[in-house]
Design a binder for this molecule. Structure first.
Ligand code: 5GP
Ligand code: ZN
Length: 219
């Protein structure tokens, strides 16, 4: 069924073009999300056959496995940051300052730091995944995408329904273990960047996300 759609990538990653499969090795496949919910949205798929059909909360009880996945997400976060720098670096104020300093004659001893794009990336999992094969989301913070069409799309990446990989292992009594009870996906909208509330007004939220996206790129 459609919920098994991610299985093909871990079975035969070599059969996909680079715009679909970003890289693969013996243990992991990194892909582009087919329905991206941010301007950059990747998925990391562990290939371990004993883990791929488990719920992430259960799979990550294995601390050795969790450590391995965390290490790979650090690699993918760096790669994603490089991608953001290529996409938006020229727009970024910090990047422009750095370029200006580099081309000064003579250049200053201390160059301004370029923008830390690794901080602009979210890495985590949905408390209730819709796809069966274990996957970690690696996406830019903007949540700006044509594919972000439904209330639950925004809230699934903007409430505790999204569990950052660093939060694992979860405590026994962590409320996110019972996410449906909390109604995260039906919550009022809050802008990820400025914290402004939009109640249930999705169209207004979408317009605001576009404005925030433009400013975020240039920051
Ligand atoms: P979940 O809600 O299960 O954590 O997220 C599953 C993700 O997989 C979604 O972001 C969705 O857009 C993505 N997705 C669903 N089907 C496919 C597919 O066939 N190929 C790719 N590359 N991504 C998919
Ligand atoms: Zn805002």
């Amino acid at each position: 069924g459609v919920r098994d759609g991610l299985g093909a990538y871990i079975a035969k990653p070599e059969t996909y073009a680079p715009d679909v499969v970003v890289y693969h090795n013996d243990d992991f496949v990194a892909i582009h999300d087919m329905f991206p919910k941010s301007s950059l949205h990747l998925l990391l798929l562990p290939r371990d056959q004993t883990k791929t059909r488990m719920h992430p909360f259960d799979a990550f009880e294995d601390t050795e496995f969790l450590a391995k996945v965390k290490a790979e997400t650090r690699t993918l976060r760096k790669l994603a940051a490089g991608e953001l720098r290529r996409k938006y670096g020229k727009d970024s104020a910090q990047e422009q300052a750095r370029q200006a300093a580099l081309s000064a004659d003579p250049p200053p001893d201390e160059l301004p730091q370029g923008r830390d794009w690794e901080q602009e990336i979210l890495v985590g999992l949905h408390a209730v995944p819709s796809m069966n094969h274990l996957h970690v989301h690696v996406l830019s913070v903007d949540r700006y995408s044509e594919r972000l069409k439904h209330r639950k799309h925004y809230n699934s990446f903007s409430t505790p329904f999204f569990v950052p990989i660093e939060d694992f292992p979860l405590a026994e009594d962590d409320v996110r273990r019972n996410p449906t009870q909390e109604g995260y996906l039906k919550r009022d909208f809050t802008c990820w960047r400025c914290g402004r509330g939009f109640r249930n007004r999705f169209v207004e939220l979408k317009q605001h996300l576009e404005q925030e996206f433009k400013e975020w790129k240039k920051l």
